[in-house]
Design a protein around this ligand. Structure first.
Ligand code: ZN
Length: 135
């Protein structure tokens, strides 16, 4: 379930180009860039969820002698790092969908959360190099 106060699924049109060897675009089609925008409260919830998971792991590690000291050092380092990482991830990329300009087949390219436009990708079907840029 998506809480609209925490995160919002969005998409925007992009240009998908297939370039020849001389880097002159020969085919351009439109596609959609799918991404999620997190609000400040949403990023806070993500960070709290991840920190609570680590705390539960720490409770399990209490029963292993000596292990808890390593865990405490890790937790002390993780809390500010996790806060920084979730603060940075305001926009989380999910995928690019559209038609391949080389083979004209429908395609969906999954993205890493921190990937941003402009992207250089390969068509999953025909392996043609693609340049995906803002409209
Ligand atoms: Zn293709």
């Amino acid at each position: 379930m998506v809480n609209r106060f925490l995160q919002k699924l969005e998409y925007k049109p992009v240009l998908i180009k297939h370039n020849d060897v001389a880097y002159v675009s020969i085919d351009v089609v439109q596609g959609l860039y799918h991404y999620t925008i997190y609000s400040l409260l949403g990023r806070l919830v993500v960070w709290l969820r991840q920190t609570l998971k680590l705390l539960l792991l720490g409770v399990a590690l209490l029963f292993i002698p000596g292990e808890v000291y390593f865990y405490l050092i890790f937790l002390v380092l993780y809390i500010p790092y996790g806060a920084y990482v979730t603060w940075r991830l305001r926009i989380v990329s999910s995928s690019i969908s559209g038609q391949c300009p080389a083979c004209f087949g429908a395609m969906t390219i999954e993205l890493q959360p921190d990937e941003r436009l402009t992207l250089w990708k390969y068509c999953p079907a025909c392996k043609a190099p693609l340049r995906i840029s803002e409209h």
